[in-house]
Design a protein around this ligand. Structure first.
Ligand code: NAP
Length: 287
């Protein structure tokens, strides 16, 4: 099959698809023929991306569904709406991310940095699992960062109560994303659903542009030396679509190649602990 129609007949969801790496990933997958669902938190920014991506991809099957990862109610509403509108889910790209200078809490009483960068995407993936399993072979692609190498998960303080530092909290959420990738891959063995994570490298995007403390300032200052979003999207698109990765699961990708992630990320006991903590933080009486 030609590269241009590789994703024809497939349905993909990209979180945070109105900006940066997510927008470019969605564009490339739409160009390959996928029905592409942009999962965005802001209707105005989402609609602008929708118009742009439909025109640029020449694919009318680019759609917008609202998803605010700082609200578990929004995650549940998104999953319900997705299930009512789409019969299949071939690829879920958990891309959305944020860097916040101050410790903020979501309406679910979770520290926002942890919720948006990891926990709500854990919840979203689990809610969409029946569709992924029914559509197998299917893929989950989690976007992480090289900063996960600097992180250590403190299970006594996942909510950063003792001390909040943007770079530490961001790195921990990105480590959680890698551990979640490996644990979910183990749990989904033999379902035909593969789960991998991607470090997209340093990319000039909107991340940290809203005055996000020291980490934001460093990202802004260094951004002229960063890759453009088209380059940053190459590995997410590769992991989401490459035929040669059929069946490849539980891996960390950089520059379209499998690499070794941090020592801690391979700790299976910690991954199980993280899974249990994540279930407990996302278990809602209203579910
Ligand atoms: N840029 C880099 O150098 C770099 C390096 C390593 C990893 N990453 C990772 O790459 C991913 C994409 O980031 P990016 O660099 O492309 O940044 P970006 O341009 O800021 O895009 C981030 C996306 O996430 C969305 N988002 C933020 N908070 C959200 C929420 N509460 N609910 C739903 N969506 C939300 C943003 O929506 P709004 O536009 O509405 O804010 C935006 O669409 C992130 O996971 C990031 O951690 C980036």
């Amino acid at each position: 099959m030609s590269q241009s129609r590789l994703m024809a007949g497939k349905t993909v969801v990209v979180t945070g698809a109105n900006s940066g790496i997510g927008k470019e990933t969605a564009l490339q997958l739409a160009k390959m023929g996928a029905t592409t669902v942009l999962a965005c938190r802001d209707r105005g920014r989402g609609l602008a991306a929708l118009d742009e991506l439909k025109a640029a991809s020449k694919n009318p099957e680019v759609h917008l569904l609202l998803l605010d990862l700082s609200s578990q109610a929004s995650v549940r509403a998104f999953a319900r709406e997705f299930e009512s509108r789409y019969r299949r889910l071939d690829v879920l790209v958990n891309n959305a991310g944020v860097v916040l200078p101050k410790r903020e809490m979501t309406e679910d009483k979770v520290v926002t940095m942890f919720a948006v960068n990891y926990l709500s995407q854990f919840l979203l993936t689990n809610l969409l699992l029946p569709r992924l399993v029914a559509s197998a072979p299917s893929r989950v692609v989690n976007i992480t960062s090289a900063l996960h190498f600097k992180a250590h998960l403190d299970f006594d303080d996942l909510q950063s109560k003792k001390q909040y530092k943007a770079s530490t909290s961001y790195a921990c959420a990105k480590l959680a994303m890698v551990m979640f990738t490996y644990e979910l891959a183990r749990r989904l063995k033999s379902t035909g659903v593969t789960v991998n994570c991607v470090n997209p490298g340093a990319v000039a995007t909107n991340l940290g542009r809203d005055g996000a403390g020291l980490l934001g300032a460093v990202m802004l200052a260094a951004s002229p030396f960063f890759n453009p979003p088209e380059k940053g999207a190459e590995t997410p698109v590769f992991v989401a679509s490459a035929p040669e990765l059929l069946g490849v699961t539980g891996k960390y990708f950089v520059d379209k190649r499998q690499q070794v992630s941090s020592h801690e990320s391979y700790d299976e006991l910690e991954a199980k602990k993280l899974w249990e903590a994540s279930v407990s933080l996302t278990t809602s009486k209203t579910r």
